[in-house]
Design a protein around this ligand. Structure first.
Ligand code: GDP
Ligand code: MN
Length: 401
């Protein structure tokens, strides 16, 4: 999960990486007060999860509070590569004497961590890498040995003052569970201070429980819960909630702890377990239709999880039929069936609009099927085999299309 620049800088600050003083504003008026408080010239920076803000006009200097208000007014609401700036970072302006580039990342191809450092930061690092590869130092990092900031700075031609900052950036990587920590530019001021003027951090989604937030680190400890344990359907933490903004279906599903993926066909797919869901996609395609999306409700398919899942699937206007394919295991088919029935009750009219084909097999399948047929719900169709269910769902989705 990518963090905003201001969040990355909060983590930098926590680990002793120097960042300019500043604050986040969501209105021009707030930008004015932050600038007044800083009492220095400032820069106003669009907070969007994409690079190239400078070139797009999303980074503007302002001499004082009035100019800050004006600049924030122009940046807030701005669209940068499809991302809307809902907030701006108002920071003490720093005059860079030199601009470097520093990044630590997971190098999946080589199965290790990689440090990338250059004295030519500030602009497109991709361009430096393409046109002058010798200007970008790449050093593999031994996961256990870690980074030697002094050696890295020397190899890349950065001043000695950068060494402790590189060491601390590596600590951010390790201690925050990041897949990427990138600073561009890492500025050197005229008085030889090293300051991170920009920051990009991608956290490992599997480690989000380690972060502070309603379900993470501190909150878990206070609640006497083991850190990392969370209830099904709960968002993974404060970072995730702040990061998963937007009302897209994928974000909504994520907030409810569901794995939902949008595709471009007509059959909505709900299943339990990644393997079963993947093979369901295949049989739907074999039956001549395309999946509109898929949702893995995982092992514990409670009524609530099933209701959330069906609600999300049915919110997709592309869905013309739904295929629920569940193999009862620890969660038995009768529990899943009860879940489907309560889900349809919760959904009311919305649950009636499109046909829902259900295939239940495995533990307690007979009982589950009876619960569904007893419900006599107009949208429900049952088929006992996976291929048969896929064929019916495909036929219903393409009929009249
Ligand atoms: P990006 O374009 O999205 O990577 O945004 P950056 O945060 O890197 O900002 C773009 C450029 O603005 C940087 O390369 C800097 O040269 C410049 N910049 C950012 N912050 C400051 C600042 O405080 N003072 C000055 N003078 N320039 C800045
Ligand atoms: Mn940058």
């Amino acid at each position: 999960m990518d963090l905003y620049e201001y969040q990355a800088k909060q983590l930098f600050n926590r680990h002793g990486v120097p960042v300019p003083r500043g604050g986040v504003a969501v209105t021009p008026d707030e930008a004015r007060s932050i600038a007044a408080e800083l009492d220095t010239p400032v820069v106003i920076k669009a907070q969007v999860k994409t690079g190239g803000r400078g070139k797009a006009g999303g980074v503007k200097p302002a001499a004082g509070p009035a100019a800050a208000e004006e600049a924030a007014g122009r940046i807030l609401g701005m669209d940068i590569k499809g991302h809307t700036a809902h907030s701006v970072l108002v920071e003490e302006a720093t005059v860079p004497f030199e601009e470097y580039y520093a990044a630590f990342l997971v190098d999946r191809a080589n199965g290790c961590f990689l440090a990338m450092v250059s004295t030519e930061g500030g602009m497109d690092i991709e361009e430096v890498a393409a046109t002058r590869p010798e200007a970008l130092t790449k050093v593999p990092i031994d996961a256990l040995g870690g980074v030697d900031g002094a050696a890295l700075a020397r190899t890349a031609g950065l001043p000695d003052a950068a060494a402790p900052v590189l060491d601390r950036l590596w600590r951010v990587m390790v201690e925050e569970g990041a897949l990427l920590v990138e600073v561009n530019p890492l500025a050197c001021t005229t008085d030889q201070r090293i300051v991170a003027l920009d920051g990009k951090i991608t956290l490992d989604g599997n480690g989000l429980f380690r972060h502070e937030g309603p379900h993470g680190g501190q909150a878990a400890r206070e609640a006497g819960r083991p850190v990392g344990e969370r209830e099904a359907g709960c968002p993974v933490g404060e970072w995730a909630e702040r990061g998963d903004e937007g009302d897209g279906l994928e974000a909504r599903a994520r907030r409810r702890g569901l794995n939902y993926v949008k595709l471009d066909g007509q059959v909505g797919i709900v299943g339990n377990g990644a393997g079963l869901v993947m093979s369901t996609l295949d049989v739907v395609a074999q039956a001549g239709a395309q999946p509109a999306n898929f949702l893995d409700i995982g092992g514990g398919a409670s009524a609530k999880v099933m209701a959330d899942g069906l609600e999300i699937i049915l919110s997709d206007p592309d869905v013309r039929s739904v295929l629920v394919n569940v193999f009862g295991g620890i969660t038995t088919c009768d529990a899943v069936a009860t879940g489907i029935v309560s889900a349809l009750e919760l959904l009311g009219e919305r649950g009636r609009a499109r046909p829902i084909v259900v295939r239940l097999d495995g533990n307690n399948a007979e009982v589950g099927r009876r619960i569904l047929s007893d419900a006599r719900h107009p949208a429900l169709r049952q088929v006992s085999t996976m291929d048969g269910a896929a064929e019916l769902a495909a036929r219903l989705a393409t009929a009249g299309a």
